[in-house]
Design a binder for this molecule. Structure first.
Ligand code: ADP
Ligand code: MG
Length: 147
């Protein structure tokens, strides 16, 4: 399908930027006129990916997070969230519901599960010491109700 729009934002891993990223993605997809529930799902998935990059990728450091957005003519949107942080040693394990390496008790280990269930496809690429890229696909219901 034809790519009809593309954007990229780069921001520091301050947690306040989770809201910025989520809002930027919502503004980007506005031209596709998504139904509210699908937009809310995408925004939640983006929040989870961005908070993972900040909390796990960079931990106590501040680094850059990149969010790329691509919109296609068939109401499909592809979002990638990348960091150059610590990376993930075992991606399969990280994807398991309730798995977390966080010791603070604030992370429930459900981020990847949420991203998976709120999108139409989740891919994780990661190299230890180099960083992580999460790619999410979301297909919006078109105005005539077709997926
Ligand atoms: N961007 C990332 N960089 C490094 N590790 C990550 C990243 N995203 C996720 N992880 C690892 O995957 C685990 C599971 O992530 P998630 O399902 O979001 O649960 P939670 O964030 O609650 O721990 C994290 O605990 C962390 O170990
Ligand atoms: Mg998480």
């Amino acid at each position: 399908m034809k790519k009809i729009n593309e954007a990229k934002i780069v921001f520091t891993s301050h947690l306040s930027n989770e809201a910025f990223a989520r809002t930027a993605v919502a503004a980007f997809v506005a031209t596709a006129d998504p139904i509210m529930s699908e937009l809310a799902e995408l925004k939640t998935a983006v929040s989870e990916a961005v908070s993972n990059a900040a909390v796990h990728g960079y931990k106590d450091k501040i680094g850059y997070i990149t969010v790329k957005m691509r919109l296609y003519s068939d109401f499909k949107v592809i979002i990638t969230v990348s960091d150059k942080g610590v990376g993930i040693a075992d991606i399969e394990k990280a994807r398991e519901p309730l798995f977390t390496t966080s010791k603070s008790g604030e992370q429930a280990g459900m981020g990847f599960t949420v991203m998976e269930s709120f999108t139409d496809g989740l891919k994780i690429r990661s190299t230890v010491g180099k960083g992580t890229t999460v790619t999410m696909k979301k297909v919006f219901t078109s105005k005539d109700g077709v997926k």
